[in-house]
Design a protein around this ligand. Structure first.
Ligand code: UDP
Length: 369
């Protein structure tokens, strides 16, 4: 996106990707056996309340109607997520209306926790022990490899609790799936005479000479040769299976019990409900600590990592003509729409700096913020 915007403004841009394809973790490809459009690095569902971002992405493909309605299996029963009125009523065997459900949840929440700091405190404060243990404790332990009492409350704050029957996973104004997949969009973005693309090429600091500016979206610690230690990530393993017909009847089902080794199963043909396929590809998703040659997914961002990150930020700020962008470049847990919005801001800022003669900063957002 940055390359595209700068190319339109007359700059020449060389784009490097370490992988044999573009689009990073959003990469989509048709499965040879089933013809299903597969989200190769796991489910990516586009949602945003930012109209500028929504209009931007829709220049490159038609976005088809898609609403993420996640189901969760816990202790032998199926519920809807995020926790909503149906979840509460089914879980407790009640017929509460919104007001009653809210009052009921207040009686379950631990009000002695005045300002929740950890994931566990946040859950106990707002939904109480039973819902926490059913939906969050096992899933989160599997997802992060840690007890929820060691994780920040901010992770749980990503998920709303609703006192109505709205089971749309995202509280965003706009949501949809690109008709031809995300890779198609990125290919269109890069299809410009001012852009050259090199695949299978990991860009590093030694290659920066000769460029007026570098926008680095690789891992910030890699740029500095891991001088402050490796920043911790979780990685995901996807175990694919092919089935006949409809495997699970929904795009995403979470498995919240700790004794089920995977966190969720995604069935990719349901991400393209406008298509029809006889066969089906599913991914069982397993989370584990990211080792040296694994794909980094979720930045861990606990106290240790944050103090390492501080040192990397200082190094980055002393760097010349380099801006660190994206999830890996800023070591943040980012959704696609945030990354895209920030990429557009970076491009705008660069063009403004070029006009005024100001120096382009290392970050346009505070990675610790
Ligand atoms: N989470 C959970 N149970 C669920 C779904 C999510 O405990 O069934 C927790 C988990 O810790 C996860 C966080 O809530 O990391 C945020 O969920 P989200 O669906 O946003 O995770 P993502 O899609 O980014 O993996």
């Amino acid at each position: 996106m940055i390359a595209h915007e700068l190319a339109k403004a007359g700059y020449k841009a060389d784009v490097f990707d370490a992988r044999p394809h573009v689009a990073g973790n959003c990469h989509t490809a048709r499965d040879a056996e089933t013809d299903v459009m597969v989200h190769v690095y796991g489910p990516h569902i586009f949602h945003t309340s930012n109209e500028k971002v929504w209009n931007y992405v829709r220049q490159f493909d038609e976005f088809m109607p898609f609403v993420n309605r996640v189901k969760a299996i816990t202790k032998g029963r199926v519920y809807t997520l995020p926790i909503n009125l149906l979840t509460i009523n089914q879980f407790f065997g009640k017929t509460f209306n919104p007001r009653e459900a809210e009052a009921f949840l207040q009686t379950l929440g631990d009000t002695s926790i005045a300002s929740p700091q950890t994931f566990e405190e946040q859950a106990l404060r707002f939904v109480g022990r039973e819902l926490y243990e059913a939906f969050f404790k096992g899933y989160t332990t599997k997802q992060w490899g840690m007890h929820p009492s060691e994780l920040p409350a901010s992770i749980l704050r990503r998920l709303p609790v609703r006192f109505n029957y709205d089971d749309n996973y995202y509280p965003s104004t706009f949501q949809g799936m690109p008709k031809h997949g995300y890779t198609y969009i990125v290919e269109k973005l890069l299809d410009h005479p001012n852009i050259s693309l090199t695949l299978n090429a990991k860009f590093d600091r030694s290659m920066a000479a000769g460029y007026d500016h570098v926008f680095y979206s690789g891992p910030v610690d890699a740029w500095f040769g891991y001088s402050q230690g490796r920043l911790g990530y979780r990685t995901l393993d996807f175990v694919a299976e092919t089935h006949e017909g409809d495997y699970q009847g929904n795009a995403v089902i979470n498995y919240c019990d700790e004794d089920v080794p995977y966190t969720r199963i995604s069935e990719h043909k349901h991400f393209s409900p406008w298509e029809s396929h006889q066969k089906s590809v599913i991914f069982k998703e397993y989370s584990r600590f990211c080792e040296e040659n694994d794909t980094p997914y979720y930045p861990i961002r606990l106290a240790k990592e944050k103090s390492q990150l501080k040192k990397y930020i200082e190094l980055a700020q002393a760097e010349q003509k380099t801006t660190f962008v994206g999830r890996l470049g800023t070591y943040r847990y980012l959704d696609m729409h945030i990354t895209i919005g920030e990429a557009l801001d970076v491009a705008e800022r660069f063009l403004a700096c070029a006009q005024t003669g100001q120096e382009m900063p290392a970050f346009v957002v505070d990675p610790l913020g």
